[in-house]
Design a protein around this ligand. Structure first.
Ligand SMILES: [Zn+2]
Length: 556
């Protein structure tokens, strides 16, 4: 009897398992079919959009920009298809796609489509509102004693004037963009929240992060950790900065106001440790230096450079970026190289993005041949970009001798430390303000902004000030819920830097160390986006993303 029962249970279990397997097989076959149809549609449009954008950025002609706009519209249109979305939704909710590569693609593609399911009328309204606001920012000129000044001219005054009242007037004149756009931005924030709720999220901030594969609670926890680790050290440095400016402007420390820090937002380090890095690059070729450095660590960039557009031209985009045209080896970077430290940093940075794309794993499906997250490729770019002003790297690359390297080392280190700490406190303000604004757009935003600025940047609010100063930062309106990624990228750059210098490289500047290239190829570039970003970080460093190493590098 016992034996018989056992037999029955075994048979039952086997048939259940078979039923389960066949259901799973069916779902996975459906997913495979879906992916092959999806790739047939998407790959050519992706490539066309990438090429059209590349051409438009180089020629700058209306005709090329129109082509680029059309190509990217055709690509995004794919994701608005609701019957395809419902097909994916069924597969996802069924939970039967278990093969790890298929399941990962399902998650990613599902999110692309979810983002595309916004009511077209609501989306059109959002774009209309954004365009209006964008025009207001572009047309605004600060009015200073009857003269109209651009943002750059305001920055010039804040950086160079020694007269406190001039600084105040320039800062206040710039802040007059706030009342021009504030009400429009609040309306836009509410509209974005409406879209988010209709898509199943509690607000737009949550939606943006989750669709990009980030959990807001996880990001907040990392920001809290960094806040704890940097607070004291930043307060110490802020004391040095205050002492420097009190002396410079002949004021008491308590009399220092937000206009005394050489920048509209105190987002960049004031120049209190001057080292002129440009002079070391005057007779150098940043492209050649970067190519030699990358070849030395076993990441050849010749194929990327051959397709790139490196120097200034009329009509061309004046900034820099890197682009992966087809995820099959056509990787390019656009630059406007000049022989100075800024462009040395930028070449190392853009080629960092470049090698991340170029050395992807061609055996992975198209969707997974991408960076784990936009901030992980930013981290690789930053990791290498930082070397441009690292005296040890400059020495090993033969730009300066050992004596010079040691001479400028302390000031170089202080300047970088100041830059990183100042930026990290500013990014705290941006992340927390945006999160709070989308959670409750009806709150007293003027007050909330200054609460954040006082808490994280330790600036003194001008007495009685009640103005929408939060609206003067264009990112709040037009590049929403993205700023935190810049700081996550810096943190991860530090984490990799420590992992590599402890476990992989003998020298702190990686020069000539092929093991560094191998490590990055196999642990970071080739896995692409097959793992959740924090799993990839754990697999490559033994730890999840942590602020520890950023603190170790920049906090004393
Ligand atoms: Zn970048």
């Amino acid at each position: 009897m016992k034996k018989y029962l056992l037999l029955v249970t075994t048979v039952l279990a086997i048939s259940l398992l078979a039923g389960c397997t066949s259901k799973q097989e069916k779902a996975e076959t459906q997913m495979k079919d879906f992916i092959s149809a999806y790739e047939t549609k998407v790959i050519p449009l992706y490539k066309e959009a990438a090429l059209a954008s590349w051409n438009a950025n180089i020629t700058g002609t209306d005709e090329d920009w129109a082509k680029s706009e059309k190509a990217s519209f055709e690509l995004t249109k794919i994701y608005t298809d609701s019957s395809t979305f419902n097909q994916l939704k069924k597969l996802k909710e069924g939970g039967l796609v278990k093969d790890s590569l298929l399941a990962r693609q399902l998650d990613l593609i599902y999110n692309f489509y979810l983002g595309g399911q916004v009511d077209p009328d609501l989306l059109a309204e959002q774009i209309r509102m954004e365009t209006e606001i964008s025009k207001k920012y572009s047309n605004f000129r600060a009015n200073l004693n009857g003269k109209e000044l651009s943002d750059n001219q305001i920055e010039e005054i804040l950086k160079n004037s020694k007269i406190s009242s001039d600084l105040q007037s320039a800062w206040e004149a710039h802040k007059m963009i706030g009342p021009v756009v504030a009400d429009d931005i609040i309306r836009l924030v509410k509209h974005r929240n409406l879209i988010a709720r209709k898509t199943g999220f509690s607000n737009y901030h949550e939606m943006t992060l989750k669709l990009s594969g980030q959990d807001p609670a996880e990001v907040t926890q990392i920001f809290d950790e960094l806040d704890d680790l940097t607070r004291e050290s930043f307060a110490g440095l802020k004391g040095d900065i205050d002492a420097f400016f009190a002396k410079k402007y002949n004021l008491g420390i308590t009399e220092l106001k937000p206009w005394h820090y050489q920048n509209r937002f105190f987002q960049e380090a004031p120049e209190i440790y001057p080292v002129d890095f440009d002079k070391y690059y005057e007779n150098q070729d940043p492209v050649k230096l970067a190519a030699n450095f990358y070849a030395g660590i076993g990441l050849n960039v010749d194929a990327i450079l051959a397709k790139s557009d490196l120097y200034e031209k009329p009509g061309k985009n004046q900034h820099a970026f890197s682009t992966d045209i087809d995820r099959s080896g056509d990787v390019r970077t656009l630059d406007n190289v000049k022989p100075d430290s800024y462009w040395m940093n930028t070449m190392l940075h853009e080629l960092g993005h470049g090698v991340y794309s170029y050395y992807n794993d061609k055996s992975l499906p198209f969707t997974l041949r991408d960076a784990a997250h936009s901030f992980t490729t930013e981290a690789i770019a930053n990791l290498f970009g930082r070397f441009a002003t690292d005296p040890a790297w400059m020495n090993e690359m033969g730009l300066i001798d050992k004596d010079e390297s040691e001479k400028i080392m302390p000031a170089g280190k202080n300047a970088l430390r100041l830059q990183m700490l100042v930026f990290s406190r500013w990014a705290q303000v941006m992340y927390r303000f945006e999160k709070s604004m989308y959670e409750d757009p009806d709150q007293d935003l003027n007050r909330q902004w200054w609460n954040m600025v006082e808490k994280y940047q330790l600036l003194n609010k001008p007495e009685g000030r009640n103005m929408p100063d939060w609206a003067t930062k264009i990112h709040v309106a037009l590049y929403p819920c993205y700023y935190h990624n810049y700081l996550l990228g810096e943190m991860l750059a530090s984490q990799w830097y420590y992992y590599i210098t402890t476990n992989i490289a003998k020298s702190r500047s990686f020069v000539g160390e092929k093991a560094v290239g191998d490590y990055l190829k196999y642990k970071v570039f080739m896995p692409g986006t097959r793992y959740y970003w924090n799993d990839m970080i754990e697999k490559s460093t033994g730890e999840k993303l942590t602020a520890k190493y950023y603190a170790k590098q920049f906090v004393e």
